[in-house]
Ligand binder design. Structure first.
Ligand code: GLU
Length: 326
């Protein structure tokens, strides 16, 4: 597959024509694009932060990194497969299903070219309901207006699994909307929906916006169906969203969750992946200060937990050099 890493020096060389022969050697710029999520989520900050670390060293390695907003995990997987994205942030459950070609990746088949880089923060499935909606638990969803997420998002993917477990299809809701992550808080406060669903690290701008612009509560996602999912799938774990993070939500809320993971394609140049992980881990304190959801990250868990696909050889080379793996 043709990757879109291209060389600006080659282009200017062509423009200069014969003159380029006598010019001193110019280091070639290499560009990488990281897929993130909505701008009020945490993936966007992950991508921006990784790029910030990478771009600090551009003078030495000539890699220039950008991290645009995308539809989320599934859009990132598809973007990496098509070669539009070089790397992306992907929920650990989506990583597993895409790698093995399961559930809604069944038609596409297993994506064996996926490579793991590292794991980031935890992401609880977070349900926020308007206080006047009568929703106090996820089991109250039927009959209500629920934003189940845009099709490229991780929350939509996880909601499909939850809906199957609960025996629901979209007809059980009075409205099943598919708004993007960045649009749902406004829809909640404008009373266009009763509840929003977001698989996301905390604290984040979207839930902050939802809970400050309207009286809204985080509701539990528990019960026998959820217990069944945690038992059946290795990538689901119990999770608690701590009380006191958001206005009007002082109590801990029980739910389940996944981890955000950073993945790439096997065709991405090993030196590029090597320089990317090196930039993150050599500026680790600076990196973890860029978002409160990164505060508890530690190197050992980041390179071992929540990863389904094999490590990319560029990442592996750096981890071996550090003595973190054999
Ligand atoms: N987990 C969400 C998704 O996969 C994105 C969360 C975020 O942007 O922080 O689409």
């Amino acid at each position: 597959m043709k990757r879109h890493v291209f060389s600006a020096a080659a282009v200017s060389g062509m423009l200069l024509g014969a003159a380029a022969f006598s010019a001193p050697a110019v280091a070639q710029d290499r560009f990488i694009t990281i897929g993130t999520g909505g701008q009020t989520g945490v993936y966007y900050v992950v991508g921006q932060s990784v790029c910030r670390m990478v771009n600090r060293g551009s003078d030495e390695h000539n890699i220039r990194c950008n991290a645009p907003s995308t539809g989320g995990s599934v859009a990132n997987v598809n973007g990496m497969k098509s070669g539009e994205l070089d790397m992306g942030v992907v929920q650990s459950d989506v990583q597993y299903r895409a790698y093995h070609g399961e559930a809604n990746f069944e038609d596409d088949g297993a994506w064996e070219g996926m490579r793991a880089v590292f794991t980031m923060h935890g992401e609880p499935l977070t349900v926020v309901a308007r206080a006047d909606s009568g929703i106090e638990h996820i089991s109250d969803f039927p009959g209500h207006r629920v934003n189940i997420g845009n099709p490229g998002s991780g929350q939509r993917n996880t909601m499909n699994v939850v809906m199957d477990a609960m025996g629901w299809d979209t007809d059980v809701f009075s409205l099943a909307s598919e708004l993007d992550a960045a649009e749902q808080a406004a829809a909640l406060s404008d009373n266009n929906i009763d509840a929003m669903v977001y698989v996301v690290g905390h604290p984040n701008g979207s839930i902050q916006e939802a809970t400050t612009t309207v009286d809204a509560r985080l509701v539990p996602v528990t019960g026998p169906e959820i217990d069944g999912l945690i038992e059946e799938f290795p990538y689901y774990t119990r999770a608690v969203i701590p009380g006191g993070m958001y206005r009007g939500n002082d109590e801990d809320v029980e739910t389940f969750g996944v981890a955000a993971t950073f993945v790439t394609h096997e065709d991405v140049d090993a030196d590029i992946v090597y320089e990317t992980v090196k930039a993150v881990f050599e500026n680790f304190d600076r990196f973890t200060r860029l978002h409160p959801a990164f505060e508890n990250l530690d190197e050992a868990s980041m390179i071992s937990e929540g990863l389904t696909a094999p490590l990319h050889e560029g990442a592996e080379r750096y981890y071996r050099e550090r003595g973190w793996i054999e």
